[in-house]
Design a protein around this ligand. Structure first.
Ligand code: ANZ
Ligand code: ZN
Length: 829
């Protein structure tokens, strides 16, 4: 009689067992083979785990369990990125204080996380909003401050009018707030920055060392955006004022027929001639209302305005008009460019629109100098219209022109990066306070390390107004100067949450250490992280910041490695009937519903079975139901064979030639499956690992106790035990239970129980197939044993000697006898 798989009891039983026996405790000080497996921790911004969390954590734990079963000491922690806008916005929506709502959420989420049945050690949980954590986030700030890597500066910032706060460049997606989608506006404010640009070159070069998805590395490379070029000085005609352009194409300077200043360029005011003032002012007003995305859009028609002034092209000594245009950005390069319409697409469009001269200086191979340009020619070629450089290749001229202008003192080689310094101050409540005090006498004073943490007060009106809520909190803002003792004020801003997460992997090893941000010894043993798994949406922010902070702490003498995450994997996303799951569409799959109905292992198995892990998959209620049926079959099968399983102590290896047909077949299949499942799980190909276990199970389930001799039974037990072992990482609760039913006393996850395949069993055995056409033997063909009918048919039909008898004829019937015969009947015509 079939029983319903009692997942509830079983899952609870094993979770309690694991926790009581502290199975997953790792001796951090003395690991034999350390492996730090980390998942991106979670925002407790809502009160539930969603399927995306589950999809990150379940399968990653499967990988980590394989490693554990293979004998690694695996450290796999979990925690909460509890500060920040999402948590605060949630608190604003519900009216509950962020600290209370965050803690409430964490308590619910922790229970859900436990249901995953991962190997988390709850003694190592971290919560970035706790003083014991953010004390050290403030410490990180102070280290950077000491090194000149944290500084305050006025500047244009991205302001979200809805979240009422400044955003980092990385938090602006297509001109809108990453969190709420409101278009971002520019504001001028004094803010705190981390000097990540100092590490631009190293951040770029070290990408080569990392085992990361190529796509993510490319995104970081593009984000850092290195450009090799030159700065060239131009003089304003008549006034002698100077400005500098940055160009990656100094070879085109003879074609520079105009120059453009960014609307915010400091010379704009001065070069604007009185007759042009009105138009220029109107244009500046227009630009002020544009978003960054509008300004840089290549789709949009070019706009700009002439200032009335001219500059001297330092190569041709010609006077060229000075324009202002929005496509030149103030914070890139020098905020000024030389316009070369013949060889730059934007300049070409601009010149066409405003009737500026287009002068070819590089000849496209296969064209003549007098041919008219249809569009900008941006590739290399032979120099023309460029004085003494004519006839050279443009690549050669690139260096020569820079050298010559440099010797005149009007140019120098220059490397620019798109990367901007990281703006870390937020005018919000729910974050780590910036540990700086302002004293009338002493100015800006860092809070001494021994006075940390600067506590975030509880009684604050946290609703955002645009001004920092902490500024209105008397008990917080008023303090005394750490240097002179005079009354002083604290910095009212809090830090971007990405600061919290930039160093968290270090804290996990000693989350309650009170005397240091992390235990240096443990960090030496365990870091960097060996495997990091999380969403691809973090390609530029978190993953870049954590790399930067690691390098900065290294330079401060606190770390001895260069990179935080050696190997990175991005899980895909799960859709529902092809559509992205979202609350607004009402198509979100709630993990609890299915964990409640089928259990955590079935849910985990189904998530992994749905598709390639890096591509995600499409949710289907039908699909998870299929997985439920599979698990039930497995469970009942083990129960039914309990006696046999307990009656034999199988050996580790069998000589395959001495086995009967069935024993041989299951032995071979089992060992092939071990090989496949091992590499599949190791490379995050969970779906194919599960598929091959299903195939193996189908073969094992043909077993019939009454038919076989003792040797066959013994081999059967050998195979079933291995099947259960392989199920271990994929369905840990179920596998533990099956392991116990099969007569084993010790947990599957104690010791290193993973198994190696028997190499001898992996070699395919061959059989000779008889091929008949209309009853006559036409060929004998050697093929691998156990081929399925379809494959066998195809092999026989394409055999040359069979072909002779069937080609051109209509085949009426093919009979296949596995491992023996293929018989073809065809009609004569
Ligand atoms: C003249 C020129 C001729 C340029 C030519 C290109 C092609 P990347 O590679 O992105 O660094 N540029 C420089 N500063 C700029 C700014 N603040 N805003 C907008 N554009 C700016 O691009 C460097 C090129 O972008 C520079 O080289 C400059 O145009 C433009 F045939 O100078 B070039
Ligand atoms: Zn002072």
């Amino acid at each position: 009689m079939q029983v319903r798989y009692p997942f509830k009891e079983i899952e609870e039983k094993w979770r309690n067992y694991w926790e009581e026996k502290k199975i997953y405790k790792v001796d951090l000080h003395n690991p034999k083979r350390k492996l730090y497996c980390l998942v991106m921790f979670l925002y407790p911004s809502a009160d539930k785990l969603h399927i995306g969390h589950w999809y990150n954590y379940g399968p990653t734990d499967t990988w980590a369990r394989l490693k554990r079963m293979q004998g690694w000491d695996v450290f796999e922690p979990i925690g909460y990125d509890a500060f920040g806008l999402p948590a605060e916005n949630y608190a604003i929506k519900t009216g509950i204080h962020p600290q209370d709502s965050t803690q409430q959420n964490i308590n619910v989420i922790r229970q859900q996380l436990k249901q995953i049945g991962a190997m988390y050690d709850w003694d190592y949980e971290i919560d970035t909003s706790k003083p014991e954590y953010y004390k050290w986030t403030q410490w990180v700030f102070l280290q950077l401050y000491k090194m000149g890597l944290a500084y305050k500066a006025p500047g244009p910032v991205n302001w979200c009018p809805s979240c009422n706060t400044v955003l980092a460049n990385e938090q602006v997606i297509d001109g809108a707030c990453e969190r709420c989608g409101t278009p971002v506006v520019r504001r001028f404010l004094t803010q705190w920055f981390f000097r990540i640009t100092k590490y631009a070159e190293e951040l770029l070069n070290d990408l080569d060392k990392l085992d990361w998805p190529e796509k993510t590395k490319t995104m970081q490379r593009n984000w850092i955006g290195k450009s090799v070029g030159a700065e060239i000085d131009f003089e304003v005609a008549d006034t002698g004022d100077k400005f500098t352009v940055f160009t990656t194409r100094p070879d085109t300077i003879y074609g520079a027929t105009y120059v453009v200043l960014a609307p915010e360029h400091p010379l704009v005011e001065k070069v604007t001639k009185p007759e042009y003032r009105e138009q220029v002012q109107a244009y500046l007003d227009f630009v002020a209302h544009e978003t960054e995305i509008e300004r840089t859009s290549t789709e949009k028609e070019k706009t700009g305005v002439f200032t009335g002034s001219y500059a001297i092209n330092p190569a041709t000594k010609e006077k060229v008009p000075i324009w202002i245009a929005d496509y030149v950005l103030i914070h890139y390069g020098t905020g000024a460019v030389m316009g070369v319409p013949a060889h730059d697409e934007r300049d070409f469009e601009f010149a066409k629109k405003f009737g500026l001269p287009i002068r070819k200086v590089i000849l496209q191979p296969g064209t003549r100098p007098e041919d008219e340009l249809e569009s900008a020619y941006v590739e290399p070629g032979i120099m023309i219209n460029s004085g003494k450089y004519n006839g050279m290749s443009s690549e050669e001229a690139w260096d020569k022109i820079v050298d010559d202008l440099a010797s005149e003192g009007v140019a120098r080689r220059s490397v620019k990066y798109r990367l901007r310094d990281w703006l870390i101050s937020r005018q919000r409540y729910w974050g780590a306070p910036i540990p700086i005090v302002y004293c009338e006498k002493c100015g800006e004073v860092p809070v001494p390390e021994e006075q940390l943490p600067v506590l975030l007060p509880y009684n604050v009106d946290f609703k955002p107004t645009g001004e920092s809520p902490l500024a209105r909190c008397e008990e917080f803002i008023n303090t005394t100067c750490p240097k002179c003792g005079a009354p002083a004020k604290r910095d009212p801003d809090t830090m971007d949450t990405f600061v919290d997460s930039s160093w968290y992997y270090l804290r996990y090893l000693s989350p309650h250490l009170d005397t240091a941000p992390f235990d240096k010894e443990l960090v030496k043993i365990w870091c960097p992280v060996d495997k990091y798994v999380g969403g691809a949406e973090h390609a530029t922010m978190h993953l870049l910041y954590a790399r930067f902070i690691t390098k900065a702490l290294r330079d401060a003498g606190h770390l001895e490695f260069d990179e935080p995450f050696i190997s990175l994997y991005h899980q895909g996303t799960i859709t529902n009937k092809g559509a992205k799951m979202s609350k607004s569409k009402g198509n979100v799959v709630n993990p609890d519903d299915f964990v409640g109905r089928y259990g955590s292992d079935v849910f985990r198995l189904y998530l992994m079975f749905m598709g390639r892990y890096d591509e995600g998959g499409d949710w289907s209620d039908e699909g998870i139901n299929g997985m439920w049926r599979f698990v039930n079959r497995v469970y009942n099968f083990i129960l039914e064979n309990k006696e046999v399983l307990r009656s034999f102590k199988p050996k580790d290896r069998y000589a395959i030639d001495g086995l009967g047909d069935y024993a041989k077949a299951i032995y071979r299949k089992t060992h092939k499956t071990i090989r496949k499942v091992t590499t599949d799980i190791d490379t995050f190909n969970f779906n194919t690992a599960i598929a091959s276990l299903m195939e193996l199970f189908n073969l094992l389930s043909e077993f019939n106790e009454n038919l076989y001799d003792d040797l066959t039974k013994e081999v059967f037990v050998h195979c079933v035990k291995r099947f259960i072992i392989m199920l271990g990482p994929l369905a840990p609760h179920l596998a533990e239970e099956l392991w116990e039913i099969s007569g084993e006393g010790e947990s599957l996850f104690v010791g290193s129980k993973w198994v190696e395949p028997d190499e001898k069993a992996l070699v395919d055995e061959e059989v000779t197939i008889v091929a008949q056409v209309n009853g006559k033997v036409r060929a004998r063909i050697k093929v691998p044993i156990d081929l399925d009918d379809e494959t066998l048919k195809n092999i026989v039909l394409s055999d040359a000697s069979v072909q002779k008898y069937v080609s051109g004829k209509k085949i009426s019937k093919i009979v296949v006898v596995k491992n023996k015969l293929v018989s073809i009947a065809c009609e004569d015509n």
